[in-house]
Design a protein around this ligand. Structure first.
Ligand code: BGC
Length: 770
């Protein structure tokens, strides 16, 4: 290009930038600083070649153990680290500093990298797996654990985590049920909000802020047959009412990035889904952050059969506003040619690049690319005593007491002899659970270790692995009967190893795998008191256990402090307070089973065979959503309502007195469910619309109040318009989704409401969650 043409082009570029800036400055009343920042980004974009732009939209995989198929990426051939926009699978202050130097010094425009990693439930200190932590029903706790994870991860040089996973999951065969908050959108939205806030903390430019990602947009958890990566075939209503809700909450909470799922919805793979990404997420909800592909999700558009070449995949994904190609390489290889040939408009590419650069700018990386890579922080902020204490608190609160016949628990600490069984009791890797970041098995406390630490010095502990989840062998099962003859009690850890749940870990059975059933039967034969600690990443169908074992603790995978927390509950230092965030079926054949089902025209009846039922199983769950026992008991007054009749826009105050009628202090999770009895469309038998935790001393009573409003009783009518329909409602308040403690009220008028389909119920917007 000669000098005159170059000068004209530059002037033209500057003019466009100036006009663009003037228009947004006017529209948004930008501050001086914001205008300067915007000008900086526009000038940078103006200087970039198409290849450099495609590089910013490319994430290279760096880890030795990739989280998906290993492919020969074209991206790697096309660009090197210094040309890429971000890396996945690196951490370490020195390591990230070195890589950052390579990018900043080695690239023409000195653009810094973003470092990303899957920090799912802790970085070095591992907290309970998300499904476990959801059992605490405690947004404040989830916010604190996310904050602690962010502090450790950012101290290791990371800018970005691919969490929280906010997929609603109602099929426990799907292995990724472990990564989410369970089956309910209301609880899911509350925890999504909390975790996004926790990851962000003070927000940029604080270097303990980590970018969060709500994934996997959307309905990835509705995989047909529970088979990971399968299609999701669901109505627009179900999408709106159930699966989109936690994503919308995450967006409202300021989530930085969104990751589409590997699934398709209505025959359109999510990575090419303009309707949901471009129109719903960006235009309707106003999401302005980055959309990053899930791993090779862009490339996979060919296997889905909606693209025949990598060029098509890149065009489809970018048009759907997927900004970054993780690992696949199609963007790096194809975007420049697509723009040059006019198949992709330049502004589509620039829009994506702008979002990436703005994110780097928000983190302060243009001012100091190395600000997250601080070796001093890395040594001082990792695995601190406070973070370990938080891990123990979170683990204690995540434990659900499923059964406690004749108050077998808690156990005294001065037992003469206690026999511990099951390979899981001594499995340090499994205590951490799937996706355990940079956690270290040698720093985790197993159940066996926790018990040993808790009992009196005079107590004898005998450990017999006897059976493991991943082997049909029964080492030592023959000695069970002899070994327990003089035992006071047996504690058996049964369930799944950590790698039986997570990505690509679908199961057809929800039984105890391996030889554990044989162990269970032999335990029952001993006639001794048996306590089972369940370790698992999904609901298990364990009716035999429920029938014959007097005390069952659902401990999931609780992370670094698992053994201590289990012992705290076993021996009564902590009164368990967790509640199931997902229904436990009796048999896999009942799946999908969830509490907010429809009544149908023929609801289950014990006497009438022509009703909703199986001939070989009950229709009720083994343990319902919201279930969980305590070492004390709670009783409830009937709900008191501030009004019996109200207009659609009034608020309703629902109060209930909760009384601790037992001998110990304990925490109850008070749950409020709502049902519209008759409407123009069918409604679920109940939906969750509120929950509150209340600590009560023995004999103490407290009044718990819930405020309900129009968002709580709104529905999507048959045309999917948000409206309130007059009629009667039943409100249920109690300690699980099976509660029958109820009152009725009436809404007297109809109303059309403004706003998007999947409204977030008012109770979630309450200040307590902010
Ligand atoms: C998973 C994502 C994860 C990504 C990067 C994918 O296989 O589906 O949840 O964030 O890998 O590790």
């Amino acid at each position: 290009m000669d000098r005159t043409r170059l000068a004209t082009a530059t002037m033209l570029g500057k003019l466009i930038v100036a006009t663009w800036l003037a228009s947004i400055a006017q529209a948004n009343e930008l501050t001086q600083k914001q205008q300067e920042d915007a000008a900086f980004i526009e000038q940078l974009i103006g200087q970039m070649t198409l290849e450099e732009k495609a590089g910013q939209l490319t994430q290279l995989g760096m880890q030795n153990t990739p989280t998906g198929p290993v492919i020969d990426t074209k991206g790697r051939e096309t660009i090197g680290i210094s040309q890429a926009g971000s890396l996945i699978g690196v951490h370490g202050a020195e390591n990230t500093r070195r890589l950052q130097r390579e990018a900043v010094q080695g690239s023409r425009l000195h653009i810094p990298l973003l470092f990303s990693f899957d920090v799912i439930h802790g970085f070095r200190t591992i907290f309970p797996v998300p499904l476990a932590e959801a059992s605490a029903w405690d947004p404040d706790l989830s916010q604190r654990t996310a904050r602690a994870a962010a502090i450790e991860a950012t101290a290791s040089g990371l800018h970005w985590t691919f969490a929280p996973m906010v997929d609603i999951a109602r099929d426990p065969r799907w292995g990724r049920v472990v990564e989410g908050a369970g089956e309910d959108p209301f609880l899911g939205a509350a925890l999504a909000t909390a975790r996004v806030r926790g990851f962000s903390g003070e927000g940029p430019p604080a270097t303990s802020t980590i970018l969060s990602t709500a994934k996997h947009f959307v309905a990835y958890g509705a995989a047909e047959g529970g088979r990971d990566y399968n299609i999701s075939d669901l109505s627009e209503r179900t999408l709106e009412e159930t699966y989109l809700t936690p994503f919308r909450a995450a967006v409202e909470a300021g989530v930085d990035t969104i990751m589409p799922g590997f699934n398709e919805v209505d025959s359109m793979p999510m990575h090419a889904n303009q309707k949901l990404l471009r129109h719903k997420l960006r235009e309707d909800w106003g999401f302005q952050g980055i959309v990053i592909s899930d791993y090779t999700g862009i490339k996979e558009l060919m296997a889905h059969g909606v693209a025949s070449t990598p060029r098509d995949t890149a065009r489809l994904a970018l048009t759907a506003t997927v900004d970054i190609d993780m690992v696949g390489g199609d963007y790096a290889a194809e975007l420049p040619a697509l723009v040059r040939s006019g198949q992709l408009p330049q502004n589509a590419l620039d829009g994506a690049v702008r979002r990436v650069l703005q994110t780097k700018q928000r983190l302060g990386l243009f001012d100091d690319p190395y600000r997250y890579s601080d070796p001093v922080r890395e040594t001082t902020q990792m695995s601190s005593p406070q973070t370990r204490a938080l891990a123990r608190e979170a683990a204690q609160k995540s434990i659900v007491l499923l059964k406690n016949k004749d108050a077998l628990l808690p156990l005294p600490k001065n037992l003469r002899k206690l026999v511990v069984m099951g390979a899981l009791a001594n499995d340090a890797v499994s205590t951490l659970g799937a996706w355990s970041g940079n956690g270290r098995a040698e720093e985790s406390i197993t159940v066996l270790e926790g018990i040993k630490r808790a009992v009196s010095p005079s107590s004898e502990i005998v450990y017999i692995p006897a059976a493991s989840p991943d082997s049909p062998d029964t080492p030592g099962i023959d000695v069970v009967q002899r070994a327990v003859v003089d035992a006071d009690v047996i504690v058996a850890a049964l369930g799944e190893t950590a790698d039986m749940s997570g990505e690509a870990r679908s199961r057809t059975s929800l039984d105890l795998p391996g030889a554990q059933d044989a162990l269970l039967r032999s335990l029952i034969k001993t006639g001794k008191p048996v306590v089972v600690i369940l370790m698992n990443g999904r609901p298990l169908a364990v009716p035999t256990l429920d029938e014959h074992i007097p005390a069952i603790i659902e401990a999931w995978f609780l992370g670094s402090e698992m053994g201590n927390a289990v012992a705290d509950v076993l021996f009564g230092d902590v009164n368990p307070s967790g509640r199931l965030p997902i229904t436990f079926p009796r048999t896999v054949g009942q799946v999908p089973i969830y509490f907010s089902h429809k009544n149908t025209g023929r609801p289950t009846s014990q006497t009438d065979p022509y009703t909703l039922k199986y001939i070989d199983s009950l229709t009720t769950p083994l343990y319902p959503f919201g279930h969980g026992l305590s070492y004390t008991t709670f009783t409830y007054s009937a709900p008191r309502l501030s009004k019996q009749r109200l207009t659609f826009d009034e608020t309703l105050n629902v109060q209930v007195d909760v009384h601790n009628s037992g001998q110990r202090a304990g925490e109850e999770t008070v749950q409020l469910y709502l049902r519209q009895n008759v409407a123009s469309i069918t409604r679920p038998v109940r939906v969750l619309r509120g929950f509150a935790k209340v600590m009560l001393a023995p004999g103490e009573s407290k009044t718990v109040s819930f405020l309900l409003g129009q968002d709580d009783w709104a529905l999507l009518n048959h045309d999917l318009l948000r409206s309130v329909e007059s009629g009667t409602f039943t409100v249920f308040v109690g300690g699980s989704s099976a509660t029958d403690n109820q009152a009725k009220f009436e809404i007297t008028n109809d109303a059309q409401l403004a706003g998007p389909g999947s409204a977030i119920p008012r109770t979630l917007r309450d200040s307590s969650l902010r």
